[in-house]
Write a protein that binds this ligand. Structure first.
Ligand code: ZN
Length: 210
């Protein structure tokens, strides 16, 4: 079993810096192979659905993603459908470039392992395309919708020093405890309204790349 890495919390400078791209030789190096293994263990231990290298203090353009079915057990079938959430097998993306395929905003509560204990409604584009390299330095292209598209946008933001709190609907920022206690069973539109940020006004002029 590989050691678990420490997940950096908001306020650590590395989380606000742009990460460096990796070269072909570097991708195949022992050091990067070990980093990927440790990030996989750290992600599963957390647990989370994505982890970017800056979150473990490494300023490189590398993310790991895995959305396991066992993480879906707290969501009912309707919530899974609403979120377009399906299991995503473990994979690695290196030097990713993201483009928006469907820029229509979808709003759900989102959290981050580097902003531990909090969550907020965060608009994300409905569908994206990502071109990247995998752990063997081979090119990959992904088209994703729904929750997987959200994960990709969230993780790739980390590589340019951006956190979900930069994109959230600020009135909805709350502890995960209060989310569970007061809001988890209510529709997002209703929550935004009740917290003084109706979706219609919150999304006026919204753009996925702002
Ligand atoms: Zn994050």
């Amino acid at each position: 079993m590989k050691p678990i890495l420490k997940i950096q919390q908001s306020g650590q400078p590395v989380l606000r810096e742009s990460a460096a791209p990796l070269g072909q030789r570097q991708i195949r190096s022992q050091e990067i192979r070990e980093l990927i293994e440790m990030m996989r263990e750290t992600l599963r231990d957390a647990p989370g659905v994505g982890l970017a290298a800056p979150q473990v203090g490494v300023g490189l353009q590398l993310v790991v993603i895995e959305d396991r079915e066992l993480y879906h057990r707290d969501l009912n079938p309707e919530q899974l459908v609403d979120r377009e959430r399906r299991p995503v097998p473990f994979h690695v993306l290196i030097n990713p470039r993201l483009t928006f395929v469907d820029p229509q905003p979808l709003c759900f509560f989102e959290g981050c392992l580097s902003v531990s204990g909090y969550t907020a409604v965060t608009p994300r584009a409905a569908a994206v395309r990502v071109r990247a390299l995998n752990e063997r330095a081979a090119p990959v292209e992904i088209e994703a919708r729904g929750w997987y598209a959200r994960i990709l946008q969230h993780e790739i933001d980390h590589l340019v020093g951006r956190l979900y709190v930069d994109r959230m609907i600020t009135n909805t920022f709350m502890t995960t405890t209060n989310y569970q206690r007061h809001w988890s069973c209510r529709a997002v539109g209703e929550v935004c309204e009740a917290l003084g940020s109706p979706l219609a006004s919150s999304l006026a002029g919204w753009r996925p790349d702002r």
